[in-house]
Ligand binder design. Structure first.
Ligand code: PFF
Length: 447
């Protein structure tokens, strides 16, 4: 068997992990969930969870991956031999499979708009009726399925190429481009008439609107945007050389992630309010608002096209990480098997995603627990499977792994201060598990 792959550089690792984190969660999901949950208060909760729980958990996943040095299943097995803890890897595999099956549907929506913007057909929409246009496009099964297929195809091709040549190379170009384009977008959005109302909506918390459901969603959202609980970060850090510092990498990824979330909020909400739209339109929010903002810009459709390219890549770099996590487990790091399995698993995910793609058309009335297939998959992943995964990972690192191993791993590259380590350990051992359980139980009691 050939040697296991590694990232070529630390920057490559950080940008790929940030690429996994930054994606539809920050750009598409965050604005609409914030819109449905009353704005500012949700943002505050999200930030709180991200810093207090997300960052420590990211570090926990990194320490498992690098100490274990293998795919998600192997790493757990090496660190806790002859115990069932490798189940966390299997849970991650199943979650990633379901996640990518509906994630690719939204990826497909981006591809649709990309074609429309490229052919100029978005520029002449009557009365700026983008809502109607978008609804009719995604209701068309042939279009939505073929676009979802294109998204999966690109994901498969890149993952089949491997970690360094595929994932790392793409992420290094795409993440900086994303930051620049977002910046332009925010400036345009903030200079629209009545933009300030949107800023207020995003930044002024109204805690009267906070329910236990809101708290769960804020927690789920912080896990989702950091790709936590599914061992994707375990997998990525297993390709990182021992020389690099894990805490520093984790902090930079969290900072980039928060920056993009804020930029996305500042790009979307001022425009929503300025155009008199409703912030609680749900998953289609972004796709209604974006063309309206861009059509107000000089060379708007050109910028829109650029934005969509970058947005697509943000989604793709997240897609890569989900597929990579599964492929790494199945091939056990053997590069000769990578191509074949990337195709088999990727196509399997596409097939499982079909009902999600049809949830806005043919299967719109097909509901389980009052939710469409798409909404159910999304809810199950973000609010059930990911929280369970993070809970188990927190317990694994702080109760099962040897404390000295964890400390050594975190101190590679640059020594971690003992006090900070102890505080982090305490959070993982007691506070985070209790918090996750309390939040989940509270919500389940009300169902
Ligand atoms: N973090 C990604 C996003 O915010 O779009 C979603 C994600 C990617 C979740 C990879 C989990 C994962 F394993």
């Amino acid at each position: 068997m050939q040697e296991r792959e590694q990232w070529a550089s630390k920057l490559g690792f950080i940008l790929s992990a940030a690429g996994s984190a930054i994606g539809l969660g920050a750009i598409w999901k965050f604005p609409y969930i914030t819109g449905q949950n009353g704005g500012g208060a949700f943002l505050m909760l999200f930030l709180l969870f991200t810093i207090l729980i997300g960052l420590p958990l990211l570090l926990a996943e990194f320490s498992i991956g690098r100490a274990g040095g293998g795919d998600a299943l192997t790493s757990y097995k090496r660190l806790a031999p002859k115990t069932p803890w490798f189940g966390i890897g299997i849970l991650g595999l199943v979650t990633c499979f379901i996640l990518l099956s509906f994630y690719s549907v939204i990826g497909g929506w981006i591809v649709i708009y990309l074609f429309k913007a490229a052919t100029g057909s978005l520029a002449h929409v009557q009365n700026a009726n983008y809502d109607g246009l978008f609804a009719s496009i995604i209701a068309n099964p042939t279009i939505s399925l073929s676009m979802q297929f294109i998204f999966m195809l690109i994901t498969i091709i890149v993952v089949a190429k491997g970690v360094q040549k595929g994932i790392e190379r793409m992420s290094k170009i795409m993440m900086p481009a994303l930051a620049i384009l977002f910046f332009i977008l925010v400036v345009r959005s903030l200079t629209l008439p009545h933009a300030i109302e949107g800023v207020r909506f995003l930044l002024q918390p109204d805690f009267g609107k906070v329910s236990s459901q809101t708290i769960l969603e804020a927690m789920g959202q912080s896990f989702f945007t950091l790709s936590l609980g599914v061992s994707v970060m375990v997998t990525y850090s297993s390709y990182l050389s021992k020389k690099e510092s894990l805490p520093k990498s984790a902090i930079s990824i969290v900072i980039m992630n928060i920056a993009v979330v804020l930029l996305a909020g500042l790009a979307i909400f001022p425009a929503v309010f300025s155009f008199g739209m409703k912030p609680d339109a749900g998953p289609v929010l972004l796709f209604h608002v974006l063309p309206s903002i861009f059509s107000q810009l000089p060379f708007g459709m050109f910028f829109f096209f650029l934005f969509l390219v970058v947005f697509l890549f943000a989604a793709l770099t997240s897609g890569f990480s989900m597929l990579e996590m599964i492929v790494a487990i199945i091939t056990k790091g053997d590069p000769n098997k990578r191509r074949k399995w990337s195709w088999i698993i990727g196509l399997g995910i596409f097939i499982v995603g079909i009902p999600s793609a049809l949830s806005y058309g043919l299967m719109a009335d097909f509901k389980i627990f009052g939710k469409t297939f798409f909404d159910l998959a999304d809810y199950a992943v973000s609010n059930v499977l990911m929280p369970i995964g993070t809970l188990l990972i927190a317990i694994f690192v702080s109760w099962i792994m040897k404390k000295s191993t964890v400390y050594e791993e975190l101190s590679e590259g640059s020594e971690m201060r003992k006090g900070i380590f102890q505080a982090w350990y305490f959070l993982l051992r007691y506070i985070i598990p209790i918090l996750i359980i309390v939040v989940m139980v509270n919500v389940l009691r009300q169902v």
